[in-house]
Ligand binder design. Structure first.
Ligand SMILES: [Zn+2]
Length: 120
């Protein structure tokens, strides 16, 4: 069952939505439902403190600009690779979800792009 309601979004975002919809051959409602579902799931995931397992990707043009030792209790592994004139930082994270979020927000401030994916 579907529910219809009106929302307003910035013009540039609406144009991007139209472009992606056209390019992928998927209607706007399906794209919006998918994006919103992923966003809400990630918010719900971190709303309650728990023992978490996840992967974080952080794209930079150089150094991360933060002290990783501060997060050694949640960083299981860390890989820094170079490709296409950028640095790709990959973290396997396990432990207190609040500490993982704290690391994520610090990375988000310093990096060109940061993605955190829970694995459970
Ligand atoms: Zn988790």
């Amino acid at each position: 069952m579907r529910r219809r309601f009106g929302v307003s979004i910035p013009e540039d975002l609406a144009s991007e939505l139209d472009d992606v919809s056209r390019e992928c051959g998927v209607d706007r409602s399906t794209l919006v439902a998918s994006a919103l579902g992923n966003y809400l799931a990630s918010i719900k995931h971190y709303k309650k403190r728990h023992n978490c397992l996840g992967v974080c990707l952080a794209i930079t043009k150089g150094e991360l600009g933060l002290n990783l030792e501060e997060f050694r209790d949640v960083i299981v592994s860390y890989q820094h690779s170079h490709t296409d004139n950028m640095c790709v930082n990959i973290f396997l994270l396990k432990g207190d979800s609040e500490k993982i979020l704290k690391l994520y927000y610090k990375l988000e401030k310093n990096c060109l792009r940061t993605v955190l994916v829970p694995l459970h």
